[in-house]
Design a protein around this ligand. Structure first.
Ligand SMILES: Cc1cc2nc3c(=O)[nH]c(=O)nc-3n(C[C@H](O)[C@H](O)[C@H](O)COP(=O)(O)OP(=O)(O)OC[C@H]3O[C@@H](n4cnc5c(N)ncnc54)[C@H](O)[C@@H]3O)c2cc1C
Length: 200
């Protein structure tokens, strides 16, 4: 439909007028009529360009992959140990933990390794871990655990969609529907006032 996908790092955003937004990337300048900021935890710095401060913090989480498949036939969440075991096509994923350490601190891989010890306690079958199969991600979280899905107060053609904390994959489609309605000036299916950028 004539869209163009550009993979680049946005360094600054400037609202020139309601219909003109300047986006500087590491390689080029782009002029846009509309802009959606949905860069997870990194949205915090991007919206600062527009003079807006949001109390967004990262809840860092970890996972560790086990090479074995079919240890379980469905995902299981362990409330007391606060982690989840998920069977996947490439093995079995152990995921969980919350760490407040910002975006710049190096990952503490012991947190991923601890998941292995938890899994050993709850699974009947012997397990082995592939030590290179670890991952750390940034959950973008606001104090009330709700996302920001809103127009920017400085320029209504700039939209915000971030802060989905532990549920960004689950909620992505719903947020995309809402953002699509906002872009097309349509009434949203749900009341979005709880997700206002001005609530803090
Ligand atoms: C261990 C763990 C397990 C999880 N499990 C689940 C789960 O089971 N279910 C669930 O729903 N959610 C889960 N989550 C949460 C989910 O991963 C997040 O809520 C989701 O990734 C947030 O999506 P996002 O697109 O807002 O941000 P991100 O996924 O962080 O994506 C942001 C994107 O913006 C890009 N970006 C950042 N800065 C710039 C810039 N300056 N210029 C250009 N691009 C930029 C990044 O490269 C990235 O592609 C889990 C998270 C973790 C850590």
């Amino acid at each position: 439909m004539g869209g163009q996908f550009i993979r680049d790092e946005v360094t600054t955003i400037e609202s020139l007028s309601h219909h003109s937004i300047k986006i500087k990337t590491s390689n080029q300048n782009i002029k846009a009529k509309k802009l959606i900021i949905s860069a997870g935890i990194f949205s915090k710095e991007l919206v600062k360009n527009l003079g807006i401060n949001v109390p967004l913090e990262t809840e860092r989480g970890y996972h560790l992959m086990l090479p074995q498949q079919q240890l379980l036939n469905r995902p299981v969440a362990f409330a007391q140990r606060r982690f989840i075991i998920t069977p996947m096509q490439t093995g079995t994923r152990l995921a969980g933990t919350v760490e407040f350490a910002g975006t710049k601190t190096k990952p503490n891989w012991k947190r991923a390794e601890n998941l292995f010890h938890h899994a050993k306690q709850v699974l009947n079958s012997p397990i082995e871990s592939a030590s290179d199969q670890k991952w750390m991600g940034f959950r973008p979280t606001l104090p009330d655990s709700l996302p920001i899905i809103d127009h920017c107060c400085v320029n209504p053609n700039i939209l915000f969609a971030f802060g989905h904390q532990h549920l960004g994959l689950t909620q992505a489609g719903i947020t995309a529907d809402i953002i699509s309605d906002l872009v097309h000036h349509k009434k949203t299916d749900i009341d979005i006032s709880p997700f206002s950028v001005n609530r803090f």
